[in-house]
Design a protein. Structure first.
Length: 202
């Protein structure tokens, strides 16, 4: 398996990087995926190679899942694909979603194929999970004792925050906290613009 694309000027993009069953992973997919990830901005050649290898590995894993799903008879209906596509495209102003597709170097047909593939993979994984034997508390405890019990847990830090829009607000809240006129949690709930404000900044 190659981890680098062929000459990007090759419009056919037919160089095969990997095969999974009858599926071929070609360098065109890799070139597009690297462009979507902004790899051209990575100057270090080793890092670019690492990203390329990761992309190809991920594509192989997806094809293996799809192959297993096909062997299991897993399919999805077109109306399911339509529903998922609508969920992704609804809410965008006119023309915006198409511009996003253009930026991602995707056509609507390619996006539809991606959605179908993802739904098939999800359906296969749900089916496998449903077939799995439930794990008892005793089995969980035994697995924990065998693998994690004696492992040291690294030191952890628990932080809380209050996100404020201006320095004036920050000075006011800090003054209130130092004077113990308000608790940290109450200050976060009252003043913070962070998503965790309702939880007291935790």
């Amino acid at each position: 398996m190659a981890a680098c694309p062929a000459d990007p000027r090759d419009k056919e993009k037919t160089h095969v990087l990997a095969r999974v069953g009858d599926a071929e992973i070609k360098d065109g997919m890799l070139i597009t995926a690297l462009a979507q990830r902004g790899t051209a901005r990575i100057a270090d050649q080793e890092q670019r190679l690492a990203v390329a290898t990761m992309v190809v590995d991920h594509a192989v894993e997806e094809e293996l899942l799809l192959l297993a799903a096909t062997k299991s008879g897993i399919t999805v209906r077109e109306d399911e694909v339509d529903r998922e596509l609508r969920a992704r495209t609804d809410g965008y102003p006119p023309g915006t979603f198409q511009r996003l597709l253009n930026a991602e170097q995707l056509t609507i047909a390619e996006l539809r194929d991606q959605v179908r593939r993802r739904l098939v993979q999800d359906a296969f994984l749900r089916a496998r999970l449903a077939e799995a034997e439930p794990i008892s508390e005793a089995e969980l405890q035994a697995r924990f004792d065998a693998t994690l019990k004696d492992k040291k847990v690294p030191e952890q830090v628990r932080a809380r925050q209050i996100l404020l829009k201006t320095s004036e607000e920050a000075v006011h809240v800090l003054t209130e906290l130092r004077a113990r006129k308000i608790t940290f949690a109450a200050a976060a709930q009252q003043f913070s613009a962070a998503p965790d404000a309702e939880d007291g900044g935790a």
